[in-house]
Ligand binder design. Structure first.
Ligand SMILES: NC(=O)c1ccc[n+]([C@@H]2O[C@H](COP(=O)([O-])OP(=O)(O)OC[C@H]3O[C@@H](n4cnc5c(N)ncnc54)[C@H](OP(=O)(O)O)[C@@H]3O)[C@@H](O)[C@H]2O)c1
Length: 376
């Protein structure tokens, strides 16, 4: 099920705090970074915060620049992004500026919280999403019912922690401010718990006055049939690799990446690489791994096209090579059409061998792009 692109945005002190314990909100960013954040808001379909942030900071969460608002309108978007609040209790101040500024607002809450919020007269679409709030349900609701494709999450710590731990965050934008809070009772950006193992990918660093912006992407694949945000990033990379293949009239252009459970890239490959006219992407990638590497049994293979089930050019098709390597999770963007092999069902071969096979159709067009001359 497609979910919005989830961007976590926060400013932190050098010692990792989001705020101090004083009654006023601690201003961590400087003017240049506030302007950058305004630009990010303008590019989002919705901005989400937890109820704790509304209680602590009383934010309005607007696009402040008139030019950016005008550009949104010119692009056919509402002047302001949708504002989304998340609360279990529904215990919110109906007079808070959050509800009375900007455009549309929605409160995603529980059945109990919805009853309380309605009784309080919260000026928003109050949406009950079950007895408990599940983040995938919240994101699917925003995607399917509110058309949200890019979601900016502006805190607080409890919300950021859950989205990162549940592998639902596509990107983390951290503004590191040259301040030290030093108060153990102050809120931290991320709480304790089980995060992905391994390293996140550093995408960018940028100096903005005395603040440093750091952008990261989580890297850990999902598990079994559960899709993580990083699954989409790795599959997008496989699609980009497909675009690097030498063109052929008799074979597809495909890219593949093998990724360990902790998000470490083990190998990548693409069709016909290294002057081998018949090598397939998954085959090329797996050939670069150590067959004795214990990480293969919990690794994921990303392939822009479903791994092949039958082939004439080599003894073993890629679905078999993947199973023989011990890999039991495959993510792909496109089921193999009948162009060269009628009725190919690599997914079926993999599933029969005990592998979880996930199809992410949102990347199908990108997987097909370098093969347009074959598929029409
Ligand atoms: N520096 C920054 O960039 C930045 C940005 C934002 C916030 N902050 C700071 O962060 C602090 C607030 O963070 P916080 O962690 O206390 O609060 P928070 O994350 O903003 O909100 C937590 C609240 O959201 C609701 N919630 C979150 N997950 C839920 C779930 N799975 N199910 C049901 N309800 C859920 C609950 O509301 P109910 O209690 O209503 O059930 C929960 O108490 C403030 O000090 C603020 O200044 C800093």
């Amino acid at each position: 099920m497609p979910l919005p692109y989830v961007l976590l945005s926060a400013a932190v002190s050098l010692d990792g705090y989001l705020d101090d314990t004083g009654p006023e909100r601690l201003l961590l960013s400087g003017p240049e970074d506030f302007d950058r954040v305004d630009g990010e808001r303008a590019s989002a379909d919705a901005i989400l915060v937890g109820a704790g942030t509304i209680r602590a900071d009383n934010p309005r969460l607007l696009v402040n620049s008139a030019e950016r608002r005008a550009a949104r309108i010119a692009a056919g978007k509402p002047e302001f992004p949708l504002k989304v609040a998340v609360s279990g209790s529904g215990e919110l101040d109906p007079a808070a500026p959050f509800w009375h500024t900007g455009g549309d607002k929605v409160l995603c809450t529980t059945e109990r919280g919805a009853a309380r919020a309605r009784a309080l007269g919260i000026a928003a679409d109050v949406v009950a999403l079950g007895a408990e709030l599940d983040w995938r349900t919240v994101l699917a609701y925003l995607h399917d019912e509110r058309g949200v494709r890019r979601l900016m999450v502006e805190g607080g710590g409890s919300v950021h922690t859950q989205l990162l731990r549940q592998r639902l965050a596509d990107e983390l934008q951290l503004a590191l401010a040259p301040l030290l809070v030093g108060d153990p009772d102050a809120p931290r950006l991320f709480g304790p718990g089980a995060y992905q193992d391994g390293r996140l990918r550093l995408v960018e660093t940028r100096r903005l006055g005395d603040v440093v912006l750091m952008r990261y992407q989580p890297t850990a694949p999902g598990t079994g049939a559960t899709v993580s945000a990083a699954d989409r990033h790795w599959l997008a990379l496989a699609c980009d690799l497909a675009a690097q293949c030498p063109p052929s009239e008799t074979a597809f252009s495909v890219g593949a990446v093998v990724v360990a459970a902790d998000g470490t890239e083990l190998a990548r490959g693409h069709s016909r690489e290294g002057g081998d006219a018949v090598v397939h992407a998954e085959e090329a990638a797996l050939a670069k791994t150590d067959p004795a590497d214990p990480r293969l049994t919990t690794a994921t293979v990303y392939s822009s096209l479903e791994p092949c089930a039958r082939r004439a050019s080599r003894p073993a098709p890629c679905a078999r090579l993947i199973l023989d390597a011990g890999v039991r999770r495959v993510v792909t963007a496109w089921r193999e059409p009948d162009t060269f092999v009628p009725g190919a069902d690599g997914s079926g071969v993999l599933a029969a061998g005990g592998a979880a096979v996930l199809l992410l159709p949102e990347l199908e067009a990108r997987a097909k792009a370098p093969n347009r001359h074959l598929t029409g």
